[in-house]
Design a binder for this molecule. Sequence first.
Ligand SMILES: [Zn+2]
Length: 110
Amino acid sequence: MPALATVPVLPTEPDAAVAVPNAAAPGKHARGWPCVACGANNAFESTACVTCGAGFLGGLGTAAGSGLRLPLVGDLSRLGRSARLCLATAVGLFGSLALSGLLILVGKVF
Ligand SMILES: [Zn+2]
């Protein structure tokens, strides 16, 4: 009579001690991304909030007070795309001219 090999029986139910703690508590520690509009926690698979429908990071650039403010220009988020391009070009030209002037001045001193 051939000897039967004993096959180890694997548990089919997940062990409670090994379970992921985030799956048991869907509160503030649940995995996902928080909605910037309503604060609801959404799964990583969804691209829009299940509560309010806002997109991932939606409205972050248009929120009041979140824009960069410059002394002479004001809030940069109010400017259009072309105005921001002109401002960036002007700042770049001014910076390069100021650096060139500083280097010429340092060159005359030493
Ligand atoms: Zn939301």
